[in-house]
Design a protein around this ligand. Structure first.
Ligand SMILES: Nc1ncnc2c1ncn2[C@@H]1O[C@H](COP(=O)(O)OP(=O)(O)OP(=O)(O)O)[C@@H](O)[C@H]1O
Length: 271
């Protein structure tokens, strides 16, 4: 059973925010949805979660009881303790109390939150709150786990913990779809979907996406002229669509995403 979206369009506030977007995820797979601010990541996940109705296209998703969802706001109730938040999520998913007790104990241990079980959501650190939110989304061992920016604003140690938690879910054969603005992180996913202005501009395994970058990329110390240049750390990179002379840099996922956005902008300009 694979889940996903085919040619999905969504209009919000009179604007087309998803424009024929596509995504597939299979059990045991992790798909990372990446894209700049406002590219449509949250809208895409909301459609997959059945929270937002598309104006066109097909949605194949799990039944509500087999679905786990982490909203961008983490979904943690500030005036409930960490354990109470998990208990609430277990109750919503109609877990029996014995099964819930055992699962809550295990999840608190896995997320390193056992000592903070009695602490109010409002008093948890950002990283703790995200881990709790993810634990709430997966308390009932869903078949499809949808996580909206689970690691945004989280320190590197908690990010590693979160990835471990997510990988465990995939290992027990859940299908996982998550959004992220961190491209280094997206490289850990089996598949990446790159959104630009609501369109899927790249989709596939990170290595395949990188291998398929057309043309050549070179480095420059100062800002190069022309439209195909972008900053990378202290230096610049330039895309040469037709290739040419000079030392070539092997692109990474970040470069591949930039090139895809440049090509997309060019095509939009041609229309
Ligand atoms: N409820 C809404 N009503 C109207 N427009 C909306 C609504 N929610 C989002 N949008 C618009 O839809 C577009 C896509 O937003 P969305 O939140 O899906 O993107 P995103 O990639 O998740 O961005 P971000 O990372 O900034 O949250 C944006 O232009 C946003 O302003």
């Amino acid at each position: 059973m694979t889940w996903g979206l085919t040619g999905v369009s969504v209009t919000r506030g009179g604007r087309l925010v998803l424009d024929g977007a596509t995504l597939d995820v299979a059990p045991g797979g992790i798909v990372a949805v990446v894209g700049g601010d406002g590219s449509g990541k949250s809208s895409l996940l909301a459609v997959l979660a059945g929270l937002l109705a598309p104006t066109a296209g097909q949605v194949g998703t799990a039944t509500r009881s087999r679905l786990g969802f982490l909203p961008a706001s983490s979904g943690v109730y500030p005036d409930l303790t960490a354990a109470e938040n998990l208990r609430f999520a277990a109750t919503v998913h109609r877990m029996g109390s014995a099964a819930a007790d055992e699962r809550i104990r295990a999840l608190l241990a896995i997320t390193g939150l056992t000592a903070a079980a009695g602490r109010l959501g409002a008093r948890l650190s950002g990283g703790m709150r995200q881990k709790l939110g993810v634990a709430m989304a997966l308390v009932h061992q869903p078949d499809l786990l949808i996580l909206d920016e689970p690691t945004t604003g989280v320190d590197p140690v908690s990010r590693a913990d979160l990835w471990w938690l997510i990988a465990r879910e995939a290992a027990r054969c859940a299908a996982v779809v998550l959004s992220t603005t961190y491209l280094d992180e997206a490289e850990r996913a089996g598949e990446v979907v790159v959104l630009d202005h609501g369109r899927t501009v790249l989709q596939g395994a990170p290595a395949g996406i990188v291998a398929a970058v057309p043309g050549q990329i070179r480095a420059a110390d100062s800002r190069p002229s022309g439209p195909y240049a972008w900053r990378r750390g202290r230096s610049w990179r330039v895309w040469h669509p037709a290739g040419g002379d000079g030392e070539v840099i092997r692109p990474d996922l970040q470069d591949a995403v930039v090139v895809a956005a440049l090509r997309e902008a060019e095509e939009a300009g041609d229309e």
